[in-house]
Design a protein around this ligand. Structure first.
Ligand SMILES: [Cu+2]
Length: 387
């Protein structure tokens, strides 16, 4: 509400200033000042030099931005294909910077050089085929090269042959506002699933009659993945469009209700190794410095201090999917293969969980008398009998 008021006040203020300058202009009528609305040489010179001023501003701001905020860019991709994505991104950036630097200098220099001068007439210039060929062919060739390289990288990353390649199939289920994972078990095949089967602990709607579903295991809090193993993710969504975004692995894929989308990547750096990475240590130190400064203020106000931050990979949602979209995330843990095996072996299958859930619901019906109060009474009676 306050911000709206500030915006309204600013808009009204600018209208007032604009109206005041108009009144000021009108009061100059008949005076010695410039009577005409047409720009003269003095005005044109000012505009010409302002062009240089603006050119300096965009370069200084770009360099300042790179120095000040450049460290926010994630370095060291943690997946096999991540290096390829980063290379493509860097080539695109370098090209954009070169083209931008050259064209902006020319644009602003010519605007200055050919600024209006009294008694100078613009040259009528219909066309020049050679020039047009040059400025059409060069961008076309550069863009075609970029696009072809991009397509090559994309097909390389996206093409997965499930029959010949050794991949581990993992399902990611998106819903407002949570991720759930399902591991395909020893058969590496996910059991069929449908939203109609959602019941009790079977929150992913897995068809428990499907033989392929018997060894499936689910996870909600953490997504563990083994280092060096290609993981083929199958994405589903329960409600609206979501987007599975793994920034550290340079991977992102939409999760669309009613269809299965997929993406595969091979993690190359474990969580422990990434925590020891030089750039990551600096980032974490920076975050913890901000947190400790904030904590001092909180403690002064009598509130609890913030916990220190420890790096973890994250799976985020990158599609605005509702009010808690910002908090739709899941911790990703990249383990050494032997540690991953230990973890996955310690998880129970969904079939087991469903069975236990059913048993716990049926148990009270079979023995209705075994209420805690009744049990206590029995114990007391037994003790009295002993005495
Ligand atoms: Cu979402």
């Amino acid at each position: 509400m306050t911000s709206w008021l500030v915006i309204i006040v600013l808009v009204l203020l600018s209208i007032a200033v604009w109206q005041l300058t108009k009144i000021f202009d009108l009061t100059q009528v008949g005076g010695q000042a410039n009577k005409t609305q047409v720009a003269d040489d003095k005005d044109n010179n000012v505009q010409g030099y302002l062009m240089f001023g603006f050119l300096a501003f965009i370069y200084i701001f770009t360099i300042y931005g790179l120095l000040k905020w450049g460290h926010f860019v994630l370095s060291n991709p943690a997946s096999e294909h991540g290096k390829e994505i980063d290379r493509l991104m860097n080539i695109t950036w370098v090209l954009i910077f070169i083209v931008q630097a050259v064209t902006q200098v020319l644009l602003h220099y010519f605007a200055f050089k050919y600024r209006g001068k009294k008694d100078q007439k613009a040259l009528y210039f219909a066309d020049n085929s050679r020039l047009e060929v040059i400025w059409s062919v060069i961008p076309a060739v550069v863009l075609a090269g970029l696009i072809l390289y991009g397509l090559y990288a994309w097909t390389n990353i996206m093409f997965v042959n499930e029959k010949t390649e050794k991949v581990m199939v993992v399902e990611l289920y998106a819903k407002q506002f949570q991720w759930e994972a399902r591991y395909s078990g020893a058969d590496n095949v996910l059991g069929k699933a449908n939203v109609r089967y959602i019941e009790g602990v079977n929150t992913l709607g897995v068809d428990m009659d499907d033989p392929n579903a018997q060894d499936d295991k689910t996870a909600t809090g953490e997504l563990h993945l083994p280092k060096g193993v290609k993981v083929l993710f199958k994405f589903r969504s329960q409600d609206v469009l979501h987007s599975a975004y793994f920034p550290h692995f340079r991977a992102q894929m939409n999760c669309v209700p009613g269809m299965v989308t997929q993406f595969a990547f091979t993690p190359t750096i474990t969580t422990v190794e990434m925590r020891a990475d030089g750039d990551m240590i600096k980032k974490v130190e920076h975050i913890n410095k901000l947190r400790s400064d904030k904590s001092k203020k909180l403690v002064a106000e009598g509130k609890a201090a913030l916990d220190p931050y420890v790096f973890d990979y994250l799976l985020l949602c990158n599609k605005i999917c509702g009010p808690s979209h910002y908090n739709m995330q899941m911790k990703v843990v990249i383990d050494e293969p032997q540690d991953f095996k230990k973890w996955i072996d310690s998880q129970k299958t969904l079939a087991q969980a469903v069975k236990e859930d059913k048993a716990s619901k049926e148990a009270p019906a079979e023995a209705p008398k075994a209420t805690p109060a009744a049990a206590d009474t029995t114990k007391v009676v037994a003790q009295l009998v002993k005495k």
